[in-house]
Design a protein around this ligand. Structure first.
Ligand code: ADP
Ligand code: MG
Ligand code: MG
Length: 909
């Protein structure tokens, strides 16, 4: 690449060389400063040193870079001098500058801004004389020495327990003077601060604070370039896939002063409400302040608009009198300026077609804009702003869909705490934000008791060391689940997400004592029946009860999802085991059930006894007897699912988990089974021991069960066909898809298929009716993907079980990965948790290969994905590109997957 010849781009006043489209070259801040100038908005003049200069600095070193840009920087300063009518370095009336970094993408860890650059012992006197405001001059100088000493000279706290050394001195002087606020320090106090700051720098760094303005300027420019390569910035880029080669731009700009007295101010504003999305201009400002004072919270800021001010007063319980006297809005205080600001915000939003986050300063009655960028916002605001901008004709449909991050929809799908109530509460512990939502309830430690309490209409939080499949019903009736152990993919976390139930997992500080029916955190104890609250979006645990609101599927949200439907090609089904889950899935726009797990129904009530009897029987006759008890129950379950999904496909997976998950491991349970089956307890214990496996996930499970015990497959197939014919007779349209799990060879599949087809023929003959159904397989062992062509000749559909496929391809299990996966992610061995987002380069390859092989032998074979990946936006985009027909995810993630599918379709063009 040839060396660029231009490195500096002017903006402001008579000449602007940059534009918004030049973000790569000028960084986000610089490009938008230039764009504001082009729009005729008043911006202090300045220039941007391009990102290419930073790249030269990194690759060829300081001397080479400075030599290349020196002449242009001199010209740039001359341009600013001319625009502002002041000279840089002039002692009588100095031009002061700000130096601001700005990369293409906003990036924490980069250099902080330096204000008031150009001041020294002479210039400060000139500034004081010229403005007639000695205090202002010394306040500006004090800030400059502090920022420069910190950012450029590196005078930071020594250790993390240390306070900022400059703030320590400020606090000391304040204490000596007996004042609380910075604004109460006099010009003399500020003078003293400057002297002390400089002495500290000399003592600690061994160098004097530079008093030559040019030395100051070059020092600051070099510091910005260097900050691009500091450790924190590098790591951030690695984690966020930002190329190291991009470089940062440096913006050098004339200072304007918000700290020049009562007709000066500084503030920030949003063109719409970033919390709710309401189309209402809003913001905050401080009179007689500079830079980040507003955000730093040193004084209570005032509201920009009158409406905003009145709303704020109400929330803060400030009377109208008090508000008018002490916190008037900018609209009231400086109506002219407010009108100009309103004009600027409208211009900018109409121009950028997105909600803008603005920074401005008012100097003695004149408004200056200092920054504009697309504002950050909540999930709710994202949806509302996108849909309102579409209606207002500011953006088109595709843009509206692209404006919403699918994951952020989560915030709209679960109950939330009332914001005010939350403010008044204190957190007692923190775990992992395992499943979003907000829940309050009384502590219960046992799943069966959770059910009892819930029956009495009590709100409960189930608190467990960890959960197991036996806790399912208790979990489903609880308002929320708290576990002391387990990660984001622990049983509690996965099940709770599926249920759309709030869950905080792995709260290590919580010590559960089942016997005493209490838990302790430190030296405090909470007992059964005490109220606690969980925030599943932050992982926070609170003492007491906090009011919640139900999530509302607002009009905008509905409209967004209707729009998604028109663009998505990939269908989205749901994983649902019960009619209730199916109902939620349909409400959220699922177009079928992609996975109904038959065994989840096995735990309910009396059924578990029949299931155990079947498992513990010694022979086929014993098993058949127990299976006969299960048949009507399963049939009823399937009828419910078919009815709820009328007209949409329902994919039912045959029995999958290892049998030991269902048997009683405790003595009492074994004794009960012995009575039920009329055998000795010792015999039951022996059977349970026989079922023990070293690696149950790689053991006797999936279709291996049906191969050894075909009568189980027979019963399940019969339940499905009879249920289908029963509801079909009453007018329901049934689309049944039967799925054989964990197949590895074509023979496994064809043996099971033969059993199922045999049962179908029998049932159809008995009833004199028939049913169209599909018979397919899961692709979830690596071998099945490798031989997908031969399996595809037999199977009518493939459904990728990406959880098992990931476990077996990676060679580690989801439940055990918590011990090392965090390290693996930190060290960059995997970019993302492969159980949350599909490993595209490895597991993804198997998926693509199996799809190709399947379609080669059976064009039009239906291919889908079931498993948690179906609800992950990045995975959904991958599955779209891989040409799948559908993904299936938990009901509460259906809208997220649908939006991700629409975006993937738009991206593909
Ligand atoms: P950040 O990237 O952290 O937002 P900025 O470069 O925007 O940093 O600077 C932070 C603040 O410093 C701005 O919001 C503004 O208040 C103040 N500031 C920056 N440049 C100037 C300037 N030329 N005149 C007055 N204030 C400025
Ligand atoms: Mg800023
Ligand atoms: Mg599986």
């Amino acid at each position: 690449m040839s060396q660029p010849t231009k490195f500096v781009y002017l903006f402001g006043g008579v000449r602007t060389e940059g534009a918004a489209a030049m973000k790569n070259l000028l960084g986000g801040k610089g490009a938008n400063l230039a764009e504001m100038c082009r729009l005729g908005i008043t911006v202090p003049s300045g220039f941007t040193i391009s990102t290419e200069a930073c790249t030269v600095f990194t690759e060829q070193g300081k001397a080479a870079a400075l030599k290349l840009i020196e002449a242009e920087v001199l010209q740039g300063v001359a341009f600013v001098e001319q625009q502002m009518g002041k000279r840089f370095g002039d002692a009588a009336d100095p031009l002061l500058l700000s130096v601001r970094s700005g990369a293409r993408a906003s990036m924490p860890g980069m250099m902080d801004t330096i204000l008031n650059l150009g001041l020294n012992d002479e210039a400060v006197l000139g500034l004081a004389a010229k403005t007639g405001n000695e205090r202002f001059a010394w306040d500006s100088y004090r800030r400059f020495v502090q920022m420069y000493g910190d950012v450029v000279m590196g005078l930071k706290p020594v250790s993390k327990e240390d306070h900022d050394p400059f703030e320590v001195i400020i606090d000391m002087v304040k204490a000596q003077r007996g004042v609380k606020l910075d604004t109460e320090l006099s010009a003399d106090d500020l003078k003293e601060l400057v002297a002390r700051f400089r002495a500290l720098i000399r003592a600690r760094i061994g160098r004097d604070f530079p008093t030559d303005p040019w030395e100051q300027l070059w020092g600051a420019v070099v510091a910005v370039f260097e900050s691009w390569n500091n450790e924190r910035a590098r790591v951030y880029r690695e984690l966020n896939d930002i190329p190291q080669g991009w470089g940062t731009a440096v913006n050098v700009q004339a200072m304007v002063f918000g700290n020049l007295g009562q007709s000066s101010a500084t503030g920030v504003a949003f063109t719409r409400d970033a919390g709710t999305g309401e189309d209402l201009f809003n913001g905050e400002f401080l009179v007689n302040a500079q830079g980040e004072d507003v955000v730093a919270g040193i004084r209570t800021p005032q509201q920009v608009s009158l409406v905003g001010s009145r709303r704020w007063a109400q929330l803060a319980q400030v009377s109208e009198e008090d508000r008018l006297a002490n916190y008037p809005s900018l609209e009231e205080l400086m109506p002219d300026i407010y009108r100009q600001l309103l004009h600027a915000e409208t211009t900018l939003e109409n121009h950028f077609h997105d909600m803008q986050d603005l920074e401005f300063t008012i100097q003695e009655g004149q408004l200056w804009m200092l920054q504009t960028r697309n504002g950050k916002r909540t999930g709710a605001a994202m949806v509302r702003i996108a849909m309102e901008m579409l209606q207002q004709g500011l953006i088109d449909e595709k843009t509206a869909l692209q404006r919403v991050s699918p994951d952020r929809l989560n915030e709209l799908l679960h109950p939330v705490f009332d914001a005010q109530a939350l403010k008044d509460s204190t957190a007692i512990a923190r775990g992992l934000p395992a499943s979003p939502g907000a829940a309050s309830g009384q502590i219960v430690f046992f799943a069966d008791e959770a059910e009892d309490w819930a029956k009495r209409s009590l709100a409960v939080i189930l608190v467990r060391q960890e959960t197991s499949p036996e806790d399912l019903r208790g979990m489903s009736v609880a308002n929320g689940i708290l576990t002391a152990r387990g990660g984001m993919t622990s049983h509690a976390a996965v099940v709770a997400r599926g249920m759309g139930k709030c869950c905080v997992s792995g709260a290590g500080a919580v010590h559960v004592d089942y016997k005493a029916r209490c838990f302790t955190i430190g030296d405090k104890t909470w007992s059964e029946g005490d109220w606690i609250s969980l925030d599943g979006s932050t992982g926070e645990v609170y003492a007491g009860r906090i009011a919640t609101r139900d999530a509302e599927l607002s009009g905008d949200f509905g409209a967004l999802m209707a729009l998604a439907r028109r663009y998505q090609r990939l269908e989205v089904r749901a994983n649902a085991d019960t009619p209730e889950e199916a109902k939620i899935a349909r409400k959220f726009g699922a177009t079928g059930i992609g996975l109904a797990r038959t065994e989840h129904m096995f735990f309910e009530g009396e059924r578990i006894l029949a299931v155990r009897e079947m498992i513990l029987a010694d022979d086929e006759a014993g098993r058949r007897k127990a299976l006969a008890k299960l048949l009507p129950i399963q049939r009823g379950d399937f009828e419910g699912l078919f009815r709820e999904m009328d007209g949409l496909p329902v994919t039912i997976r045959l029995l999958d988990p290892p049998l030991h998950e269902f048997v009683p491991h405790d003595e009492a349970g074994q004794a009960a089974m012995a009575r039920e089956m009329k055998v000795s307890p010792g015999k039951i214990r022996m059977r349970v021991e026989e079922l023990h496996e070293f690696n149950p996930m790689l053991g006797h499970r999936g279709c291996r069960l049906g191969i050894t015990y075909p009568e189980i497959t027979e019963m399940q197939a019969r339940a499905i066909f009879e249920a289908a014919l029963n509801v079909q007779a009453r007018g329901t349209v049934v689309k049944a898809e039967i799925m054989v799990p964990l197949v590895g060879t074509v023979r496994e599949f064809s043996l099971q298929a033969a059993v199922i087809r045999g049962v179908a023929a029998q049932v159809f003959a008995e009833r004199g009716e028939t049913l169209d159904y599909l018979l397919g397989t899961m692709i979830e062992t690596p071998r099945s993907a490798l031989v997908a062509d031969s399996i595809g000749r037999q199977a009518q559909f493939f459904s990728f079980g990406t959880n098992d496929l990931t476990q077996m391809t990676m060679g580690f299990s989801r439940d055990d990965a918590g011990k090392f996966l965090p390290d693996y992610l930190k060290k960059g061995i995997y970019e993302r948790d492969p159980f949350r987002s599909i490993d595209q380069k490895g597991v993804g390859l198997l998926v693509e290969m199996a799809v190709a092989k399947g379609r080669a032998v059976r064009p039009g074979i239906e291919v889908g994905v079931c498993g948690e990946h179906g609800g992950d936006p990045a995975s959904v985009a991958f599955f779209h590109r891989a040409g799948l027909d559908y993904v299936s995810c938990s009901p509460f993630r259906v809208p997220i997957a649908r939006l991700a599918a629409a975006q993937a379709a738009i991206d593909a063009g």
